[in-house]
Ligand binder design. Structure first.
Ligand SMILES: Cc1cc2nc3c(=O)[nH]c(=O)nc-3n(C[C@H](O)[C@H](O)[C@H](O)COP(=O)(O)OP(=O)(O)OC[C@H]3O[C@@H](n4cnc5c(N)ncnc54)[C@H](O)[C@@H]3O)c2cc1C
Length: 406
Protein backbone atom coordinates (compact mmCIF):
# COMPACT_ATOMS: atom_id res chain seq x y z
CA UNK A 1 0.00 0.00 0.00
CA UNK A 2 1.26 3.47 -0.97
CA UNK A 3 2.77 5.54 1.85
CA UNK A 4 1.26 9.03 2.17
CA UNK A 5 2.12 12.00 4.36
CA UNK A 6 0.54 11.92 7.84
CA UNK A 7 -1.18 15.30 7.95
CA UNK A 8 -1.91 15.13 11.69
CA UNK A 9 1.78 15.77 12.36
CA UNK A 10 1.62 19.33 11.03
CA UNK A 11 -2.09 20.09 11.59
CA UNK A 12 -2.57 19.37 15.27
CA UNK A 13 -0.86 20.09 18.55
CA UNK A 14 -0.37 17.46 21.26
CA UNK A 15 -0.11 20.15 23.92
CA UNK A 16 -2.48 18.39 26.34
CA UNK A 17 -1.20 14.83 25.76
CA UNK A 18 1.11 13.44 28.50
CA UNK A 19 4.66 12.54 27.52
CA UNK A 20 4.01 8.94 28.57
CA UNK A 21 1.22 8.69 25.97
CA UNK A 22 3.31 10.29 23.23
CA UNK A 23 6.01 7.65 23.83
CA UNK A 24 3.39 4.91 23.52
CA UNK A 25 2.13 6.47 20.30
CA UNK A 26 5.66 6.42 18.88
CA UNK A 27 6.08 2.76 19.84
CA UNK A 28 2.67 1.74 18.48
CA UNK A 29 3.20 3.66 15.24
CA UNK A 30 6.52 1.93 14.67
CA UNK A 31 4.82 -1.43 15.23
CA UNK A 32 1.94 -0.50 12.92
CA UNK A 33 4.27 0.77 10.19
CA UNK A 34 6.51 -2.32 10.37
CA UNK A 35 3.97 -5.10 11.02
CA UNK A 36 0.42 -3.98 10.12
CA UNK A 37 0.97 -1.83 7.03
CA UNK A 38 2.61 -4.59 4.94
CA UNK A 39 -0.37 -6.94 5.51
CA UNK A 40 -3.14 -4.30 5.71
CA UNK A 41 -4.48 -4.81 2.19
CA UNK A 42 -4.76 -8.56 2.76
CA UNK A 43 -6.36 -8.09 6.20
CA UNK A 44 -8.89 -5.58 4.90
CA UNK A 45 -9.95 -7.35 1.70
CA UNK A 46 -9.73 -11.13 2.33
CA UNK A 47 -13.22 -12.60 2.90
CA UNK A 48 -13.84 -14.28 6.24
CA UNK A 49 -12.96 -17.95 6.77
CA UNK A 50 -11.88 -19.94 9.82
CA UNK A 51 -8.28 -19.99 8.64
CA UNK A 52 -8.10 -16.20 8.15
CA UNK A 53 -7.96 -15.46 11.90
CA UNK A 54 -4.88 -13.16 11.99
CA UNK A 55 -2.82 -15.37 14.29
CA UNK A 56 0.49 -13.99 12.99
CA UNK A 57 -0.52 -10.44 13.89
CA UNK A 58 -1.89 -11.58 17.27
CA UNK A 59 1.44 -13.25 18.07
CA UNK A 60 3.40 -10.19 16.93
CA UNK A 61 1.31 -7.91 19.17
CA UNK A 62 2.12 -10.17 22.11
CA UNK A 63 5.80 -10.58 21.24
CA UNK A 64 6.27 -6.82 20.97
CA UNK A 65 4.64 -6.19 24.34
CA UNK A 66 1.65 -4.29 22.91
CA UNK A 67 -0.73 -6.27 25.15
CA UNK A 68 1.21 -5.09 28.20
CA UNK A 69 0.19 -1.47 27.64
CA UNK A 70 -3.35 -1.48 29.19
CA UNK A 71 -2.45 -3.30 32.42
CA UNK A 72 -0.84 -2.85 35.83
CA UNK A 73 2.59 -4.30 36.59
CA UNK A 74 1.35 -7.10 38.89
CA UNK A 75 -0.15 -8.98 35.93
CA UNK A 76 2.80 -8.32 33.62
CA UNK A 77 1.57 -4.97 32.31
CA UNK A 78 3.46 -1.70 31.92
CA UNK A 79 1.92 -0.09 35.01
CA UNK A 80 1.36 3.22 33.20
CA UNK A 81 -0.03 6.32 34.86
CA UNK A 82 -2.59 6.75 32.02
CA UNK A 83 -3.29 3.21 30.81
CA UNK A 84 -6.64 3.97 29.19
CA UNK A 85 -5.29 6.91 27.24
CA UNK A 86 -2.36 4.76 26.11
CA UNK A 87 -4.68 1.90 25.10
CA UNK A 88 -6.89 4.16 22.98
CA UNK A 89 -3.80 5.67 21.37
CA UNK A 90 -2.57 2.18 20.43
CA UNK A 91 -5.98 1.43 18.91
CA UNK A 92 -5.81 4.55 16.75
CA UNK A 93 -2.36 3.58 15.48
CA UNK A 94 -3.32 -0.02 14.64
CA UNK A 95 -6.63 1.02 13.06
CA UNK A 96 -4.93 3.58 10.81
CA UNK A 97 -3.99 0.57 8.69
CA UNK A 98 -6.56 -2.07 9.67
CA UNK A 99 -9.65 -1.07 11.67
CA UNK A 100 -10.96 -4.62 11.72
CA UNK A 101 -7.74 -6.12 13.08
CA UNK A 102 -7.59 -3.32 15.68
CA UNK A 103 -11.20 -3.98 16.65
CA UNK A 104 -10.78 -7.76 16.98
CA UNK A 105 -7.27 -8.04 18.39
CA UNK A 106 -7.21 -4.96 20.60
CA UNK A 107 -10.71 -3.60 21.31
CA UNK A 108 -12.14 -7.13 21.64
CA UNK A 109 -9.19 -8.95 23.16
CA UNK A 110 -7.40 -6.32 25.26
CA UNK A 111 -10.33 -4.09 26.21
CA UNK A 112 -13.59 -6.09 26.33
CA UNK A 113 -11.99 -9.33 27.57
CA UNK A 114 -8.94 -7.88 29.32
CA UNK A 115 -10.70 -5.12 31.21
CA UNK A 116 -13.49 -7.50 32.28
CA UNK A 117 -10.80 -9.80 33.69
CA UNK A 118 -9.04 -6.88 35.36
CA UNK A 119 -12.24 -6.18 37.30
CA UNK A 120 -13.05 -9.87 37.90
CA UNK A 121 -12.61 -11.65 41.25
CA UNK A 122 -8.94 -11.84 42.25
CA UNK A 123 -8.43 -15.55 41.49
CA UNK A 124 -9.77 -15.18 37.90
CA UNK A 125 -7.80 -11.98 37.34
CA UNK A 126 -4.58 -13.56 38.56
CA UNK A 127 -5.07 -16.77 36.60
CA UNK A 128 -6.21 -15.36 33.24
CA UNK A 129 -4.88 -11.81 32.86
CA UNK A 130 -1.12 -12.58 32.84
CA UNK A 131 -1.74 -15.18 30.12
CA UNK A 132 -3.73 -12.66 28.10
CA UNK A 133 -0.95 -10.07 28.49
CA UNK A 134 1.58 -12.64 27.22
CA UNK A 135 -0.66 -13.57 24.27
CA UNK A 136 -1.17 -17.16 25.44
CA UNK A 137 -4.98 -17.00 25.37
CA UNK A 138 -7.53 -15.67 22.91
CA UNK A 139 -10.78 -14.50 24.49
CA UNK A 140 -14.32 -13.77 23.34
CA UNK A 141 -16.92 -11.49 24.89
CA UNK A 142 -20.49 -12.62 24.29
CA UNK A 143 -23.61 -10.65 24.99
CA UNK A 144 -25.44 -10.65 21.60
CA UNK A 145 -27.90 -13.35 20.55
CA UNK A 146 -29.92 -13.99 17.37
CA UNK A 147 -32.92 -12.12 18.83
CA UNK A 148 -31.29 -9.77 21.34
CA UNK A 149 -28.37 -7.40 21.38
CA UNK A 150 -29.28 -3.78 21.98
CA UNK A 151 -31.90 -5.00 24.41
CA UNK A 152 -30.11 -7.28 26.87
CA UNK A 153 -32.91 -7.42 29.42
CA UNK A 154 -33.60 -10.83 31.00
CA UNK A 155 -36.91 -10.91 29.11
CA UNK A 156 -35.11 -10.62 25.74
CA UNK A 157 -32.14 -12.94 26.41
CA UNK A 158 -32.47 -16.66 25.77
CA UNK A 159 -29.08 -18.01 26.85
CA UNK A 160 -29.76 -19.50 30.26
CA UNK A 161 -27.42 -20.63 33.04
CA UNK A 162 -28.93 -23.13 35.46
CA UNK A 163 -27.42 -23.93 38.84
CA UNK A 164 -26.00 -27.39 39.44
CA UNK A 165 -24.22 -28.65 42.56
CA UNK A 166 -20.79 -27.10 41.98
CA UNK A 167 -21.49 -24.55 39.26
CA UNK A 168 -23.66 -23.83 36.23
CA UNK A 169 -24.93 -25.46 33.05
CA UNK A 170 -25.31 -23.08 30.09
CA UNK A 171 -27.70 -23.54 27.16
CA UNK A 172 -28.37 -21.16 24.29
CA UNK A 173 -26.81 -19.43 21.30
CA UNK A 174 -24.72 -16.28 21.08
CA UNK A 175 -24.30 -14.46 17.74
CA UNK A 176 -21.67 -12.21 16.10
CA UNK A 177 -19.01 -13.28 18.60
CA UNK A 178 -15.64 -11.76 17.70
CA UNK A 179 -12.61 -14.10 17.79
CA UNK A 180 -14.80 -17.07 18.76
CA UNK A 181 -13.29 -19.28 16.04
CA UNK A 182 -9.91 -19.02 17.79
CA UNK A 183 -10.97 -18.44 21.39
CA UNK A 184 -9.68 -20.35 24.41
CA UNK A 185 -12.24 -18.83 26.79
CA UNK A 186 -15.49 -16.93 26.50
CA UNK A 187 -17.09 -14.36 28.79
CA UNK A 188 -20.78 -15.10 28.34
CA UNK A 189 -23.75 -13.12 29.63
CA UNK A 190 -26.51 -15.50 30.69
CA UNK A 191 -30.00 -15.18 32.06
CA UNK A 192 -30.17 -16.47 35.64
CA UNK A 193 -33.73 -16.08 36.88
CA UNK A 194 -34.79 -12.45 36.69
CA UNK A 195 -31.25 -11.11 36.23
CA UNK A 196 -28.10 -11.76 34.21
CA UNK A 197 -24.84 -13.34 35.27
CA UNK A 198 -21.49 -13.10 33.46
CA UNK A 199 -19.63 -16.43 33.34
CA UNK A 200 -16.16 -17.35 32.13
CA UNK A 201 -16.38 -20.62 30.18
CA UNK A 202 -13.61 -22.79 28.78
CA UNK A 203 -14.14 -23.00 25.00
CA UNK A 204 -12.33 -26.33 24.71
CA UNK A 205 -15.16 -28.44 26.13
CA UNK A 206 -17.76 -30.71 24.53
CA UNK A 207 -20.71 -28.46 25.38
CA UNK A 208 -19.53 -25.53 23.22
CA UNK A 209 -19.35 -25.35 19.44
CA UNK A 210 -18.59 -22.47 17.07
CA UNK A 211 -20.27 -21.92 13.69
CA UNK A 212 -18.66 -20.80 10.45
CA UNK A 213 -17.53 -17.14 10.29
CA UNK A 214 -20.16 -14.65 9.10
CA UNK A 215 -19.60 -13.00 5.70
CA UNK A 216 -19.86 -9.23 6.17
CA UNK A 217 -19.64 -6.08 4.03
CA UNK A 218 -16.50 -5.03 5.92
CA UNK A 219 -14.27 -5.68 8.94
CA UNK A 220 -13.07 -8.87 7.25
CA UNK A 221 -10.19 -9.39 9.68
CA UNK A 222 -12.66 -9.38 12.56
CA UNK A 223 -14.11 -12.88 12.41
CA UNK A 224 -17.52 -13.29 14.03
CA UNK A 225 -19.54 -16.48 14.44
CA UNK A 226 -22.34 -18.09 16.42
CA UNK A 227 -21.35 -19.87 19.63
CA UNK A 228 -23.70 -22.67 20.66
CA UNK A 229 -23.94 -23.79 24.29
CA UNK A 230 -25.33 -27.27 24.85
CA UNK A 231 -25.22 -28.00 28.56
CA UNK A 232 -21.77 -26.42 28.81
CA UNK A 233 -20.26 -26.55 32.30
CA UNK A 234 -18.96 -23.51 34.18
CA UNK A 235 -17.58 -23.93 37.72
CA UNK A 236 -18.95 -21.71 40.50
CA UNK A 237 -15.54 -20.01 40.77
CA UNK A 238 -15.94 -18.68 37.20
CA UNK A 239 -18.67 -16.15 37.97
CA UNK A 240 -17.37 -12.72 36.87
CA UNK A 241 -18.72 -10.03 39.15
CA UNK A 242 -21.67 -11.25 41.17
CA UNK A 243 -24.53 -13.64 40.50
CA UNK A 244 -27.19 -11.33 39.04
CA UNK A 245 -24.65 -8.52 38.50
CA UNK A 246 -23.55 -9.62 35.04
CA UNK A 247 -24.88 -6.69 33.04
CA UNK A 248 -22.94 -4.23 35.20
CA UNK A 249 -19.71 -6.21 34.67
CA UNK A 250 -20.28 -6.30 30.89
CA UNK A 251 -21.16 -2.60 30.67
CA UNK A 252 -18.01 -1.55 32.56
CA UNK A 253 -15.82 -3.05 29.82
CA UNK A 254 -18.17 -1.77 27.11
CA UNK A 255 -17.67 1.83 28.28
CA UNK A 256 -13.99 1.44 27.47
CA UNK A 257 -14.77 -0.48 24.28
CA UNK A 258 -16.89 2.43 23.11
CA UNK A 259 -14.05 4.90 23.58
CA UNK A 260 -12.06 2.45 21.49
CA UNK A 261 -14.62 2.54 18.68
CA UNK A 262 -14.26 6.34 18.77
CA UNK A 263 -10.48 6.02 18.43
CA UNK A 264 -10.86 3.51 15.57
CA UNK A 265 -13.20 5.97 13.85
CA UNK A 266 -10.61 8.74 14.20
CA UNK A 267 -8.01 6.42 12.67
CA UNK A 268 -10.20 5.60 9.67
CA UNK A 269 -11.05 9.27 9.21
CA UNK A 270 -7.39 10.29 9.42
CA UNK A 271 -6.31 7.57 6.99
CA UNK A 272 -8.99 8.57 4.46
CA UNK A 273 -8.09 12.25 4.94
CA UNK A 274 -4.37 11.66 4.42
CA UNK A 275 -4.91 9.59 1.30
CA UNK A 276 -7.41 12.02 -0.24
CA UNK A 277 -5.26 15.12 0.47
CA UNK A 278 -2.28 13.43 -1.18
CA UNK A 279 -4.42 12.62 -4.21
CA UNK A 280 -5.80 16.18 -4.38
CA UNK A 281 -2.30 17.65 -4.48
CA UNK A 282 -1.28 15.44 -7.40
CA UNK A 283 -4.39 14.92 -9.51
CA UNK A 284 -5.17 17.62 -12.08
CA UNK A 285 -8.60 18.32 -13.56
CA UNK A 286 -9.22 21.18 -16.00
CA UNK A 287 -5.52 22.00 -15.82
CA UNK A 288 -5.21 22.43 -12.08
CA UNK A 289 -4.78 20.28 -8.99
CA UNK A 290 -7.97 19.24 -7.19
CA UNK A 291 -6.51 20.90 -4.08
CA UNK A 292 -6.91 24.30 -5.82
CA UNK A 293 -10.71 23.99 -5.91
CA UNK A 294 -12.18 25.91 -3.00
CA UNK A 295 -15.06 23.45 -2.72
CA UNK A 296 -12.61 20.71 -1.72
CA UNK A 297 -10.45 23.04 0.39
CA UNK A 298 -13.51 23.93 2.48
CA UNK A 299 -14.76 20.35 2.62
CA UNK A 300 -11.43 19.10 3.94
CA UNK A 301 -11.01 22.08 6.28
CA UNK A 302 -14.32 20.99 7.85
CA UNK A 303 -13.06 17.42 8.07
CA UNK A 304 -9.79 18.60 9.65
CA UNK A 305 -11.81 20.27 12.42
CA UNK A 306 -13.99 17.18 12.84
CA UNK A 307 -10.93 14.92 13.27
CA UNK A 308 -9.48 17.26 15.87
CA UNK A 309 -12.77 17.27 17.78
CA UNK A 310 -13.18 13.50 17.62
CA UNK A 311 -9.61 12.80 18.73
CA UNK A 312 -9.88 15.30 21.58
CA UNK A 313 -13.12 13.63 22.70
CA UNK A 314 -11.72 10.12 22.92
CA UNK A 315 -8.53 11.40 24.57
CA UNK A 316 -10.53 13.37 27.12
CA UNK A 317 -12.81 10.41 27.85
CA UNK A 318 -9.79 8.14 28.38
CA UNK A 319 -7.94 10.69 30.52
CA UNK A 320 -11.03 11.22 32.66
CA UNK A 321 -11.41 7.46 33.10
CA UNK A 322 -7.78 7.19 34.19
CA UNK A 323 -8.31 9.98 36.71
CA UNK A 324 -11.73 9.02 38.08
CA UNK A 325 -12.69 5.51 36.93
CA UNK A 326 -15.86 6.88 35.25
CA UNK A 327 -16.50 8.41 31.83
CA UNK A 328 -19.83 7.00 30.59
CA UNK A 329 -21.16 10.14 28.91
CA UNK A 330 -17.76 11.09 27.48
CA UNK A 331 -17.29 7.57 26.08
CA UNK A 332 -20.72 7.77 24.43
CA UNK A 333 -19.81 11.13 22.86
CA UNK A 334 -16.43 9.84 21.67
CA UNK A 335 -18.06 6.77 20.09
CA UNK A 336 -20.73 8.71 18.20
CA UNK A 337 -18.46 11.48 16.96
CA UNK A 338 -15.58 9.16 15.96
CA UNK A 339 -17.73 6.57 14.18
CA UNK A 340 -19.79 9.14 12.28
CA UNK A 341 -16.68 11.07 11.28
CA UNK A 342 -15.27 7.90 9.69
CA UNK A 343 -18.37 7.31 7.56
CA UNK A 344 -18.56 10.92 6.39
CA UNK A 345 -14.86 11.28 5.68
CA UNK A 346 -14.64 7.98 3.80
CA UNK A 347 -17.55 9.07 1.59
CA UNK A 348 -15.99 12.47 0.71
CA UNK A 349 -12.52 10.96 0.28
CA UNK A 350 -13.89 8.48 -2.26
CA UNK A 351 -15.82 11.26 -4.02
CA UNK A 352 -12.76 13.44 -4.53
CA UNK A 353 -10.58 10.50 -5.59
CA UNK A 354 -13.19 9.31 -8.10
CA UNK A 355 -12.55 5.83 -9.45
CA UNK A 356 -9.27 5.71 -7.47
CA UNK A 357 -11.43 5.93 -4.37
CA UNK A 358 -13.99 3.36 -5.48
CA UNK A 359 -11.54 0.65 -6.64
CA UNK A 360 -9.35 -1.48 -4.40
CA UNK A 361 -7.02 -2.74 -7.14
CA UNK A 362 -6.09 -1.15 -10.45
CA UNK A 363 -4.85 -3.99 -12.58
CA UNK A 364 -3.35 -1.75 -15.30
CA UNK A 365 -0.97 -0.03 -12.89
CA UNK A 366 -0.74 -2.78 -10.28
CA UNK A 367 -1.97 -0.41 -7.52
CA UNK A 368 -3.67 -1.35 -4.25
CA UNK A 369 -5.98 1.37 -2.98
CA UNK A 370 -7.28 1.82 0.60
CA UNK A 371 -10.47 3.91 0.50
CA UNK A 372 -13.04 1.31 -0.54
CA UNK A 373 -12.10 -0.83 2.49
CA UNK A 374 -12.33 2.18 4.83
CA UNK A 375 -15.80 2.98 3.44
CA UNK A 376 -16.97 -0.61 4.05
CA UNK A 377 -15.32 -0.85 7.47
CA UNK A 378 -16.58 2.51 8.74
CA UNK A 379 -20.29 1.63 8.85
CA UNK A 380 -20.16 -0.93 11.66
CA UNK A 381 -18.76 1.67 14.07
CA UNK A 382 -22.20 3.32 14.15
CA UNK A 383 -23.81 -0.02 15.09
CA UNK A 384 -21.70 -2.23 17.33
CA UNK A 385 -20.81 -1.90 21.03
CA UNK A 386 -24.09 -0.04 21.49
CA UNK A 387 -25.75 1.54 18.44
CA UNK A 388 -25.29 5.31 18.19
CA UNK A 389 -28.97 5.81 19.10
CA UNK A 390 -28.18 4.19 22.46
CA UNK A 391 -25.17 6.48 22.92
CA UNK A 392 -27.40 9.49 22.22
CA UNK A 393 -29.81 8.10 24.81
CA UNK A 394 -26.96 7.93 27.38
CA UNK A 395 -26.12 11.58 26.60
CA UNK A 396 -29.79 12.59 26.77
CA UNK A 397 -30.07 11.00 30.24
CA UNK A 398 -27.27 13.29 31.37
CA UNK A 399 -29.08 16.31 29.93
CA UNK A 400 -32.63 15.56 31.10
CA UNK A 401 -32.15 12.92 33.83
CA UNK A 402 -33.62 9.43 33.88
CA UNK A 403 -37.03 10.66 35.00
CA UNK A 404 -37.55 12.24 31.58
CA UNK A 405 -35.12 10.35 29.32
CA UNK A 406 -35.89 6.86 30.66
C1 LIG B 1 -18.28 -7.08 13.22
C2 LIG B 1 -19.15 -7.30 14.42
C3 LIG B 1 -18.57 -7.70 15.61
C4 LIG B 1 -19.36 -7.96 16.73
N1 LIG B 1 -18.77 -8.48 17.84
C5 LIG B 1 -19.55 -8.82 18.90
C6 LIG B 1 -18.99 -9.50 20.03
O1 LIG B 1 -17.78 -9.80 20.08
N2 LIG B 1 -19.81 -9.82 21.06
C7 LIG B 1 -21.15 -9.53 21.05
O2 LIG B 1 -21.82 -9.84 22.01
N3 LIG B 1 -21.72 -8.90 19.99
C8 LIG B 1 -20.95 -8.55 18.91
N4 LIG B 1 -21.52 -7.93 17.81
C9 LIG B 1 -22.93 -7.60 17.83
C10 LIG B 1 -23.17 -6.10 17.95
O3 LIG B 1 -22.78 -5.65 19.23
C11 LIG B 1 -24.66 -5.83 17.65
O4 LIG B 1 -24.81 -5.98 16.25
C12 LIG B 1 -25.11 -4.46 18.08
O5 LIG B 1 -25.15 -4.39 19.48
C13 LIG B 1 -26.52 -4.14 17.55
O6 LIG B 1 -27.39 -5.19 17.83
P1 LIG B 1 -28.28 -5.86 16.68
O7 LIG B 1 -27.42 -6.01 15.48
O8 LIG B 1 -28.93 -7.06 17.23
O9 LIG B 1 -29.37 -4.78 16.35
P2 LIG B 1 -30.72 -4.48 17.16
O10 LIG B 1 -30.52 -4.65 18.60
O11 LIG B 1 -31.81 -5.24 16.49
O12 LIG B 1 -30.87 -2.95 16.82
C14 LIG B 1 -31.05 -2.53 15.44
C15 LIG B 1 -31.07 -1.03 15.37
O13 LIG B 1 -32.17 -0.55 16.10
C16 LIG B 1 -31.93 0.76 16.51
N5 LIG B 1 -32.28 0.89 17.92
C17 LIG B 1 -32.12 -0.04 18.89
N6 LIG B 1 -32.55 0.42 20.08
C18 LIG B 1 -33.00 1.68 19.86
C19 LIG B 1 -33.58 2.71 20.68
N7 LIG B 1 -33.75 2.52 22.00
N8 LIG B 1 -33.91 3.88 20.10
C20 LIG B 1 -33.72 4.07 18.76
N9 LIG B 1 -33.18 3.15 17.95
C21 LIG B 1 -32.83 1.98 18.47
C22 LIG B 1 -30.44 1.04 16.24
O14 LIG B 1 -30.31 1.83 15.08
C23 LIG B 1 -29.87 -0.34 15.99
O15 LIG B 1 -28.77 -0.31 15.11
C24 LIG B 1 -20.75 -7.70 16.68
C25 LIG B 1 -21.34 -7.30 15.48
C26 LIG B 1 -20.55 -7.12 14.35
C27 LIG B 1 -21.22 -6.76 13.05
Amino acid sequence: MQVVKRRAESLYSDVFVPGETLAIRKEARQFADDVVRPIAYELNTTPEARETFPRGLFDALAKNGIYEIPYPADVGGRGLEFPTLATMTVLEELAYYSPSAASALYDGQAILCGKTLENAPQHLRNEYLPKLVRGELVGSFATSEPDASTDLSPAAMKTVATRVDDGWRVNGRKRWITNSVAADFILVLCRTGDAQTFLLADMKQDGISVGEPDLKMGNHAQLTADVIFDNAYVPESHVVGTVGGGLKAALTALTLGRMGIGAIGVAMGQAAFDYACDHMEKRKVFGQELARFQHWQFTFADHAMAIENARALYQKAAYLYDKTGRADTEAAMAKVVGSELAVELARDAIQVCGAYGFARQVKGSNQQLPLEAIYRDAKIGEIYEGANEIQRWIIARKIFGRALAG
